[in-house]
Ligand binder design. Structure first.
Ligand SMILES: Nc1ncnc2c1ncn2[C@@H]1O[C@H](COP(=O)(O)OP(=O)(O)OP(=O)(O)O)[C@@H](O)[C@H]1O
Ligand SMILES: [Mg+2]
Length: 366
């Protein structure tokens, strides 16, 4: 059996842990098709926590109910690409016999326009309305998903929101599910059409239960006839801290070790797999995340790394020699960017694994 683990971004894992009821509201919305919560959803969370995977799930649920799906990511020009994809679906539906199943279109690849010309903006609404009424007659609808919305051009995003809001008001079957870092939501202005987005159902993703990781490892290994002794599964699961990307990375390297040894895993093989997984996580998640961090924010992270567990915000400010109000700014910025999260009143913790050890062992850059 091939290695089942999927240590790459946006790939659905062999077993989706701890996300059972997350899309309940959305699924219910699909069945009612308009005017309900859940059809407008924003998924947030740190890097590697599983946002894109949940977008994929939402798309699958929609397709299962016969909905048309347009999925895109927030690089400039997404509005035009979505408009193009809508128009393509509309053409397809027009040409097809009525009973024909609606197929999904991925917006990327359609159209080359980077911005939507004013006349096309009007077209977008009228064409979209036409498409949605058609879908409505078929008792289905249209789902649009947009990933990485923290990078979306605000003007484009608000424009898209305005068009969607218009469809929602007309009672048309439209769903919009987007995903991004926490800043995607906190950056939204609290007025105008942005309010429409702010009122979306919010799903904030976090790490999964370590016990679930352990039993999933045991199950997946057993399904290939490999034995993963309980103590080893437990050790590996603890090392993941429940962080989804590490669950895949460590699982992947464990599997490789098992393949090498014909299924007889020793303690040192488990240690090697854990070390390899942690190493990749540093390269693929931690270093890129820290590369864009401002100097004072880095100081904040370093001051946090002194603690073995959660950090008191007062202690952190004192260690970095900053006034409380200033430290609060650094903290807010870091929470938005994703690497840390609030851990109760006046406390913060790292939201991705590894920074503590990494920062302790790497000297500050100039
Ligand atoms: N619930 C889960 N259980 C197990 N593995 C998961 C789960 N969710 C995601 N993963 C795995 O975690 C990794 C990251 O998932 P994904 O790409 O969806 O994260 P993301 O939040 O979109 O990250 P980024 O912000 O960098 O785009 C993938 O390898 C995926 O297979
Ligand atoms: Mg993603």
């Amino acid at each position: 059996m091939d290695n089942p683990f999927k240590p790459s971004f946006g790939r659905t894992p062999p077993e989706l842990l701890d996300r059972t009821d997350v899309l309940d509201e959305f699924e219910y919305g699909l069945s009612l098709r308009s005017g309900v919560l859940g059809l407008l959803t924003i998924i947030t969370g740190a890097r590697g926590v599983g946002k894109t995977v949940m977008l994929n799930e939402a798309q699958d649920l929609a397709r299962e109910q016969g909905w048309a799906v347009i999925s895109d990511t927030s690089t400039d020009g997404f509005l035009a690409r979505i408009a193009d994809a809508m128009s393509a679906i509309n053409d397809e539906l027009g040409a097809a016999p009525p009973a024909r199943k609606i197929t999904a279109f991925v917006a990327a690849g359609f159209g080359v326009t980077t911005r939507l010309a004013p006349e096309r903006q009007v077209e977008f609404r009228s064409l979209g309305g036409q498409l949605l009424r058609r879908l409505d007659e078929n008792k289905t609808g249209l789902l649009i998903t947009l990933d990485e919305i923290q990078d979306a051009n605000r003007g484009e995003l608000l424009h898209l929101a305005a068009v969607i809001q218009h469809f929602v008001r007309d009672g048309l079957p439209i769903g919009f599910v987007c995903a991004g870092l926490p800043s995607a939501v906190s950056d939204l202005p609290n007025e105008g059409v942005a309010t429409f987005l702010r009122r979306a159902d919010k799903i904030d993703l976090h790490s999964v239960e370590i016990a679930d990781v352990e039993s999933s490892y045991i199950k997946l290994f057993a399904s290939a006839g490999l034995t993963l002794p309980g103590n080893m599964a437990s050790k590996a699961a603890i090392a993941t801290t429940g962080y989804p990307f590490l669950v895949q990375l460590i699982g992947y390297f464990l599997w490789r070790e098992a393949e090498k040894t014909g299924g007889m895993l020793g303690d040192d093989a488990v240690d090697r797999a854990i070390a390899a997984g942690l190493q990749r996580n540093i390269r693929l998640v931690l270093e890129p995340a820290l590369a864009n961090t401002r100097r004072r924010d880095m100081d904040y992270l370093r001051a946090m790394a002194v603690d073995d567990g959660v950090s008191g915000t007062g202690n952190v400010a004192e260690r970095m020699g900053a006034k409380l109000t200033l430290a609060a700014n650094y903290r807010a910025r870091l929470i938005d960017a994703g690497p840390i999260e609030a851990a109760g009143h006046g406390e913060v913790r790292f939201s991705i694994p590894g920074p503590r050890q990494y920062l302790r062992s790497t000297p500050p850059r100039d």
